[in-house]
Design a protein around this ligand. Structure first.
Ligand code: NAD
Ligand code: SER
Length: 321
């Protein structure tokens, strides 16, 4: 993937993942070859080519793809699980029709490769929750999960029917320290760090024993790159790879943070997101990702917490948060 002059577009680029994926892609492809887009406007200075784009507007999407001669799209524009339950029509529209518009660009041969993330939300209460298999029951309980399963199948259909090279991962909850998470059920695992640094306490919206799969952003970016670099012929689960990195619950995360901030306290007040979390796996079998494109994470819980605390404490001391 690195070292060539492919031109890359990122949709939903101002979100949690896009905010770190764009600079990562700039290093790989050159700043001039990366176009960031989002329905929002960036705040302050923004260090990439930027165009406002609503992915539901297919004419604008086609105009940008043609105008910038785009080869590859990282399609991140989406409505996440908690927001989706409050706005199910919007979640369906953005997550399905937005993706369909990007797929059409490939069917028209305007682009030749798409990355489209799925999620652990593709699973449901009938799915085995421990070491969840790659090929298993997909009966999600949220509209977000329904759109993720549909997206996996739509991508697979476009590959088999039209030869469109779509690739995707069932991402665990992503932990990061650049942009805030965008309305998901795993958001607590990011919020807790900011509250620990700024206030010394956190009220968690999940129960202390709610174990969920998670991943730290550097591993998330590595997974995107490794999957996109893999030879097409090795990919048997192309649009829906299980991915495992970390699995922990709020009590275990709080205990790890207390090693850095012994005075930190946590309280629990579960809300509607508890039911969503209870329908998701606790741990994931990612043997297909390991076998088919060499996936292997770098961060364990201790290393992730060390890094998050270090980065956020430095930013707090310099008055940036
Ligand atoms: P986010 O909510 O932080 O960012 C999504 C971005 O999409 C936002 O900046 C938003 O403005 C933009 N957007 C919304 N509607 C749009 C539209 N109509 N047109 C253009 N842009 C629009 O989400 P994220 O965490 O960066 O997630 C990116 C992708 O990864 C999504 O597909 C999400 O489902 C998936 N994912 C994320 C996580 C996670 O924990 N962050 C986990 C699993 C899967
Ligand atoms: N982090 C995401 C969410 O909670 C999982 O896809 O919605």
């Amino acid at each position: 993937m690195g070292g060539d002059n492919r031109r890359v577009m990122v949709t939903g680029a101002l979100g949690q993942i896009g905010s770190e994926l764009v600079p990562h892609l700039q290093l790989l492809y050159g700043t001039q070859n990366v176009l960031a887009t989002d329905i929002k406007e960036p705040s302050g200075s923004y260090s990439s080519s930027y165009e406002r784009l609503d992915v539901l507007n297919v004419a604008e999407l086609r105009g940008l793809v043609k105008g910038y001669d785009i080869d590859v799209v990282y399609h991140l524009a989406a409505i996440l699980s908690a927001t989706g339950e409050m706005r199910p029509d919007l979640a369906w529209d953005v997550n399905i029709n937005g993706f369909r518009n990007v797929l059409e660009m490939a069917r028209e041969s305007l682009i030749d490769k798409i990355f489209h993330p799925s999620s652990i939300a593709a699973f449901g209460t009938e799915t085995p929750r421990l070491n969840t298999p790659q090929d298993t029951v997909l009966t999600p309980r949220t509209i977000y999960g329904v759109t993720k399963v549909t997206g996996e199948l739509l991508g697979k259909y476009f590959f088999e029917k039209f030869g469109v090279d779509v690739r995707g991962i069932r991402l665990p909850g992503v932990i990061s320290n650049v942009a805030p998470p965008g309305g998901g059920t795993t958001d607590y695992a990011v919020e807790i760090f900011y509250e620990a640094i700024e206030r010394g306490s956190y009220e968690c919206f999940l129960r202390p024993d709610t174990t969920l799969p998670m991943i730290y952003m550097p591993d998330c970016l590595k997974a995107f790159q490794d999957l996109m670099d893999a030879p097409s012929e090795t990919l048997k689960h192309r649009t829906s790879y299980n991915l495992s990195s970390l699995s922990f619950n709020p009590a275990e995360l709080a205990a790890e943070i207390m090693k850095h901030k012994p005075e930190f306290t946590i309280t629990y007040k579960p809300d509607f997101r508890q039911e969503i979390a209870d329908s998701w796996p606790m741990s994931i079998d990612d043997s297909c990702a390991r076998a088919e494109w060499g996936w292997s994470p770098d961060y364990d819980l201790g290393a992730m917490v060390d890094d998050m605390c270090f980065v956020l404490a430095a930013r707090h001391e310099s008055g940036k948060i």
